[in-house]
Write a protein that binds this ligand. Sequence first.
Ligand code: SF4
Ligand code: SF4
Length: 329
Amino acid sequence: MNAKPKFAMYWAASCGGCEIAVLNTHEKILDVDANFDIVFWPVAMDAKYKDVEAMEDDSILLTLFNGGIRNDENERLAKLLRRKSKILVAFGSCACEGCIPGLANLSPVGDIVYTAFNTITTDNPNEIYPRTTVDVPEGELHIPTLSKVVRPLEQVVDVDYFMPGCPPESHQVAAVIDLVIDVIKGKAELPPKGSVIGVGNSTVCDECPRTRNVKMVKEFKRIQDIAPADPTLCILEQGVPCNGPATRSGCNARCPQAGAQCIGCYGPAEGVIDYGARLITAFASVIDANTPEEIEHILDGIPDPTGQVYRFNLAGSLMKATKSAWEKA
Ligand code: SF4
Ligand code: SF4
């Protein structure tokens, strides 16, 4: 009997939601088991890094890598899995564009650690902070060293495919699993290297059923402040910043369909070079103002502009991080 192709999944700087999205494919997960030999998946099975190191280069057919690169362990595993894998997929928003952990790129890493160990609920009178090495009777222990900034996978190793989403929708994960199984069976071909997979080719607006009337807004508000919201009219036209115009389709406009604005978890739409810049342009296009002061006043209605336009994408944006995050440790 021919050996089954090998499958791996790894998480770096992420929350674990991408792993849940894979498990949420329900019985489809049995197809993964039936068609692949799962050799490395720390969240689901016990396997050691040295087991991966002992494998031949290119011996894993498919690795889904979720999470951004936040420390030297993430980077080591990214390079190791790149070497061992024929197909490396940046799986989920963190691996594709940094996602929420990437917002840490607004601050120097030293400030982040200081803040984490000095909150109101943290009792740290002796100013104790994590050390990367510590001596214990059994020897020297090492914990990973934080890097200056969070980097998407592509900024560290060559990536074959990108599958965005926070997390990727389970129906899209299932479709990609089906595609890879068909490729293994010779019934389909892989898309060109570098493709974004498990998504649509347009924007969330294009799959959103809400009506657009090109209505201009005089102020931006939070969604809870427009009650009762019109359930059929475009949320942006009701004055709530909705990220649909710059965001890649593929989720079936899940949030606007449920009555909430899109926050951009599927990342930049096809052809968008900088997500935040595209979004600001989209917001500007619905502002009803005649003077710069009026424009400024309306934009002040967005309480956290960076979080609004770069919530998922700061580490993958043209800017990537603030100057102080790059320069200070
Ligand atoms: S801006 Fe939001 S609510 Fe309006 S059409 Fe686009 S996705 Fe739908
Ligand atoms: S509507 Fe926007 S935030 Fe909601 S799932 Fe789709 S891409 Fe993500």
